[in-house]
Design a protein around this ligand. Structure first.
Ligand code: ATP
Ligand code: MG
Length: 394
């Protein structure tokens, strides 16, 4: 079947009162951005729906797959459009549509007509029963089931007539750009790309920061993070990725602090620097992939110590999730295969054999005092030498 148009359904943004128009405009903008490489589409808003009409050839699968990545969309309906709103034209188009879409195979159906123009000469009920009648006449294998039909043939009569029977599930959430911006701490692991995806789904634009430790971490590890940012940007839109050279800070911590506290102290400096970059770039929150109890640095006590350096909200959408649940999402969003590539996060020398699992904040702070002579300068240099890369799905 050759569809020339789609109707887009969205949920929550329809309920935002006066802001509704703003939300709709953002969603329309996102749809345009996503579809740009796939063809020329006329996009129009109308009574809580968005209509896309193809002005050029396009690949159906590609376009549907791309629309599934746009946050804010709950349903994608491939539709046929009839310009003539006369009943005879609607009838002919309905018969043609059902024939092309399903043929004369055994199925139960129900017709569901809606008129936005109440002055239309026929009532919805009347249209339902008339069209139903003609379909039964045309296709001997069809039967009517008004309670749970296999096919719900929806006919919307507006300025034109829109006919569809299929709703492909969209990503849900809110359009990116309707809820500010946050800074994602993006490592090469499984969890942080999922965390970024989940927060972006609530309409949040993303920037990201990666703490790199050359030569202890390889160029390939850095490239992996860039690749992950690119996959996430397929949903969130362009991501400004800040790459921090963290080597000297790690070495200083390694040299001066107890080895079983390395990870916690390092994580505290990551959060501090991430927060600094967030503030500089108008981000109102940080995002991490932490999950309670997953590793030593994510026990309740460790999270308490890590969080203590932050005074902006830290979003941890994976916090209550099991590893397998996080993996399931990473497979769905296509980051999993990249995340499991075996390039080290940081060299094993920086990870203690027996890290503290119940760090005490007062003790950690005392250990950090040993860095007093050097740390301000090192943090300053790390921030001044940040490399920025704009990563985008196109
Ligand atoms: P992930 O799978 O996201 O790497 P993880 O289970 O390996 O998580 P940790 O290494 O303890 O967990 O890191 C916890 C969180 O800290 C990560 O989810 C990420 O948000 C952040 N993080 C860790 N290492 C880095 C890094 N090198 N650069 C940026 N963020 C990092
Ligand atoms: Mg990790």
């Amino acid at each position: 079947m050759d569809y020339k148009a789609f109707m887009i359904k969205y949920a929550e943004i329809g309920t935002k009162g006066k802001n509704r128009y703003k939300f709709e405009d953002v969603l329309v903008g996102r749809i345009k951005e996503h579809l740009e490489p796939y063809g020329d589409f006329a996009i129009r808003k109308d009574y809580g729906r968005i209509y896309l009409e193809a002005q050029s050839d396009y690949d159906y699968e590609d376009v549907v797959n791309e629309l599934k990545k746009v946050f804010g969309i709950i349903g994608i309906c491939p539709i046929v459009v009839e310009d003539n709103t006369d009943f005879e034209a609607i009838k002919a188009k309905s018969i043609e549509y059902m024939g092309e879409r399903y043929g004369n195979k055994s199925l139960s159906f129900k017709v569901y007509a809606r008129r936005s123009d109440k002055s239309y000469p026929m009532q919805s009920m009347e249209i339902n029963s008339e069209i139903g009648h003609y379909l039964l006449e045309e296709y001997s294998e069809y039967r009517v089931d008004v309670h749970s039909p296999e096919v719900l043939l929806t006919i919307e009569i507006r300025d034109k007539v829109y006919i569809y029977s299929e709703i492909i599930r969209g990503a849900g959430g809110l359009p990116v750009g309707t809820n500010g911006k946050a800074m994602l701490l993006l490592s090469g692991g499984i969890d942080s790309p999922v965390a970024g995806y989940m927060i972006s789904k609530r309409g949040v634009e993303l920037e990201a920061v990666y703490f790199n430790a050359p030569p202890y971490t390889s160029e390939r590890a850095k490239q992996k993070v860039i690749d992950l940012a690119r996959i996430v940007s397929g949903y969130s839109g362009e991501i400004k990725l800040h790459i921090v050279n963290f080597t000297d800070i790690q070495l200083a911590i390694y040299e001066k602090c107890p080895h079983d506290e390395l990870t916690i102290i390092m994580r505290r400096y990551m959060m501090k620097i991430a927060q600094h970059l967030a503030k500089e770039n108008d981000c109102k929150a940080l995002i991490t992939g932490e999950s309670i109890g997953q590793v030593a640095s994510q026990t309740m006590e460790s999270l308490y110590c890590t969080n203590e350096v932050c005074n902006m909200p830290v979003f941890r959408p994976c916090i209550g999730m099991d590893k397998q649940d996080i993996i399931d999402i990473s497979e769905k969003i296509d980051t999993y295969e990249t995340s499991i590539l075996p390039y080290e996060d940081y060299c094993t020398i920086f990870v203690a054999k027996h890290p503290v699992t119940k760090p005490r904040l007062d003790i950690i702070k005392r250990s950090e005092e040993k860095l007093a002579d050097v740390i301000d300068e090192l943090v300053k240099t790390a921030i001044e030498t940040v490399e920025v890369e704009k990563v985008s799905f196109r």
